[in-house]
Design a protein around this ligand. Structure first.
Ligand code: ZN
Ligand code: ZN
Length: 369
């Protein structure tokens, strides 16, 4: 690559090679001579969140930007994911499905710029160790998976999230249930077996129609904006230390990939609303009081709704086993591992065989005694 096309800010002051973000030190580091430098800051501080209404009202694309000035983007034929990266990083294999990416990278399309990110903190070799340890606690894992853990088959990826905040005011309708005791007459039999009338106290509930209003402020309603990793798995990777968010700097991406959001801003907000809904219903139930509550309808008005586009770091690997794709994901802030893996039928069969063999020997010994 000619010197002048290299991004100035990532160049090593020692040997002029490309520097990469180093999770361990949190600095830019040269792979060749080991020199370090501070992450070059383009912006100062985490930008304030954007008004959702203002953003949705925009009719042109002038607010959209490519991820970085040099960012390239490829889309995977295997799973449809689009990942962006900065040269000299290459597309390689798809981190989500393990397929070789054959498409030519092209200049990254403009998108809603990230507002903040959590820099990767767990170095690659530590993540690899975590995956290995995770595997050791998994019985019957096929060798393909163990091979993946040995090889350098995980990549660092920043995954997209939407982070919403809103003030809510909700009108609810429902029913309040109050318990009371009632005397009930019932028929019993006495010692001689003759029917006899007795009374007992029973608890009943009196329901009354109620309505009212509750309000609540929501902050940091985090919505997954990738479809390449299951939501359940990403939820299990929480918590994310969002209090440590940094302003987005392209330098953090050097040596990493970043995924383009697959859930658009309005769809993400719909998801955020359903998350808020359950908290609002709990508020309404508390507001109704009494012994039991039924919340029948909630009508919520949202105001001061804001959002941020966040990138959160993972180490991720995918491998194919008997035509099915399995993923292992590591939270690159905490080192927590989440994944799925197949059971090796051969290994299970071997164990069952061994048990049967031991049983046969025991039976044989017993019959000889
Ligand atoms: Zn260097
Ligand atoms: Zn893929």
């Amino acid at each position: 690559m000619p010197e002048e096309t290299k991004p100035q800010r990532f160049r090593c002051p020692g040997c002029a090679a490309d520097m990469e973000f180093d999770p361990e030190s949190g600095l830019m580091k040269c792979r060749f001579c080991g020199q370090t430098a501070a992450v070059p800051a383009v912006t100062t501080g985490v930008a304030p969140p954007h008004s959702l209404d203002e953003f949705l009202a925009k009719t042109d694309d002038t607010h959209l930007r490519p991820l970085t000035d040099q960012a390239l983007e490829v889309s995977c034929d295997g799973c449809g994911s689009r990942v962006a990266f900065d040269p000299p990083e290459v597309a390689g294999t798809c981190p989500f499905c393990g397929a070789d990416i054959v498409a030519e990278p092209k200049a990254a399309d403009p998108m809603i710029s990230p507002d903040g990110l959590l820099p990767a903190k767990v170095p690659k070799n530590n993540a690899q160790t975590q995956v290995r340890e995770w595997l050791q606690t998994r019985w019957f894992a096929p060798n393909a998976l163990k091979r993946m853990a040995r090889q350098e088959a995980i990549s660092g990826v920043y995954l997209p999230f939407w982070d919403y905040a809103a003030d809510t005011r909700s009108q609810y309708r429902g029913e309040r249930g109050d318990h009371y005791w009632d005397t009930e007459v019932y028929t019993d039999t006495d010692e001689q077996g003759r029917p006899v009338q007795r009374t007992r106290q029973v608890q009943r509930t009196r329901w009354t129609q109620v309505s009212g209003e509750v309000s609540r402020r929501f902050d940091n309603v985090l919505v997954v904006a990738t479809k390449s990793v299951s939501e359940k798995r990403l939820d299990a990777l929480e918590p994310w230390d969002l209090e440590s968010l940094r302003a987005y700097e392209p330098a953090y991406l050097s040596g990493f990939k970043a995924q383009r959001y697959q859930v658009e801003l309005p769809a993400g907000f719909d998801k955020a609303k359903s998350v808020m809904q359950s908290a609002i219903e709990a508020d309404a139930a508390r507001d109704i009081g009494g012994d039991e509550q039924r919340v029948e309808s909630v009508d919520t008005a949202y105001s001061n709704t804001t959002f941020r586009h966040l990138l959160l770091p993972v180490w991720i690997g995918a491998y194919k086993f008997q035509a099915k794709v399995y993923q292992v994901v590591v939270n690159a802030r905490t080192g927590e591992v989440q994944g799925e893996r197949p059971y090796s039928a051969w290994k299970i069969a071997a164990l069952v065989g061994a048990i049967l063999f031991v049983l046969a020997i025991l039976l044989l010994l017993r019959s000889q005694n």
